[in-house]
Write a protein that binds this ligand. Structure first.
Ligand SMILES: [Zn+2]
Length: 323
């Protein structure tokens, strides 16, 4: 058993950077946020990140060497071997800037960068809803639909670091065009904006009364649909039912391919909980092969917004050989 110590994780988003002091078992001690100011470039952000880390170190009496490693994550395509952002739409000027190496050098610890959804999957596997299994599939449902894989107890990145893009698994070759260029991708059926579009289409063709009819169009969100369904709104419930079936169709294929022990569903859309997961589970049982379908446990994520920052920190410890 490794002795308890604290480390730091950094989650770099397009608008905010989250910096957290984390125990080596994944518990968060304190988390702070600073603005990314992506347009000001990575060098300016580097100085602000170091200032925030110094403040956290002072507040918690945390010496750099005691952290053992520094874990970071960011959206986009990441070269995790060289710890570089290769392609991230929100962080164009940051591409190939050695932020991890510079921060690691400043603090005197090895620093590692990982894709944010991979970090989230690893966090849930290490100390969240995926704890204790060897084979885990993790999905994040929001505006975009992402995925991460822990297979045989290790994060699976694939040949170019792009593994786990379950949102761009095509479910219908004649389906609607996706931003990625393909047709009928899962994201086009369960991404937040398409759930809202489904609600609007149902309101037009279903004559039943619904609290959603009194709402301004821009107030109909996945959260509003969850609240309406929980209050007994039949149309909102039908929207989740159909969304859950589409999710289940995709998961049935993934369950056949990967035979995971657990499927963890996170992201804002997952706040729908059983409204979404119950039809997804039922569809997996109806469509996937019996043995893998019976084995795959579908649950909601446990770490919420901390999953990526915790996962980045835990993954850095593992990569540094400390964990
Ligand atoms: Zn796509």
């Amino acid at each position: 058993m490794t002795q308890a110590f604290r480390t730091i994780g950094i989650d770099i988003g397009g608008t905010a950077i989250k910096i957290a002091v984390v125990w080596n078992d994944g518990r968060v001690v304190e988390s702070r946020q600073i603005p990314t100011q992506a347009d000001a470039g990575p060098e300016a952000a580097q100085a602000r990140i170091l200032a925030c880390i110094a403040a956290l170190q002072q507040a918690h009496g945390l010496e750099s060497a005691a952290m053992r490693a520094l874990g970071m994550d960011s959206a986009g395509i990441i070269d995790s071997t060289h710890n570089l952002v290769l392609d991230a739409p929100n962080l164009r000027s940051w591409q190939r800037y050695p932020l991890a190496a510079r921060l690691g050098a400043a603090l005197g610890v090895p620093a590692f960068l990982e894709n944010d959804v991979n970090a989230m999957a690893y966090g849930e596997w290490h100390c969240g809803a995926g704890r204790g299994v060897r084979d885990l599939l993790c999905l994040t449902l929001g505006t975009g639909v992402g995925g991460g894989l822990v297979l045989n107890g290790e994060l699976y990145r694939g040949a170019s670091g792009a593994a786990g893009e379950v949102g761009h698994m095509s479910l219908d070759r004649n389906g609607p065009r996706c931003a990625c260029g393909n047709f009928g991708c899962l994201e086009r059926y369960v991404g937040a904006q398409y759930i809202v579009a489904r609600a609007q289409a149902m309101l037009e063709r279903d004559p039943r009364s619904s609290s959603l009819r009194d709402m301004a169009a821009n107030l109909i969100t996945p959260l509003a649909l969850t609240e309406a369904a929980a209050a007994g709104d039949g149309i909102a419930a039908a929207v989740w039912e159909e969304t859950g079936i589409w999710l289940g169709v995709a998961l049935a294929s993934l369950v056949n391919v990967l035979n995971p022990e657990r499927v963890v569903i996170g992201g804002g859309v997952a706040q729908a909980g059983e409204l979404l997961l119950a039809p997804a589970r039922r569809t997996i049982l109806e469509r996937a092969m019996a043995l893998p379908a019976a084995r795959a446990e579908v649950v909601t994520a446990a770490l919420g917004n901390d999953a990526a920052v915790v996962g980045a920190a835990m993954l850095a410890l593992a990569r540094a050989g400390v964990a």
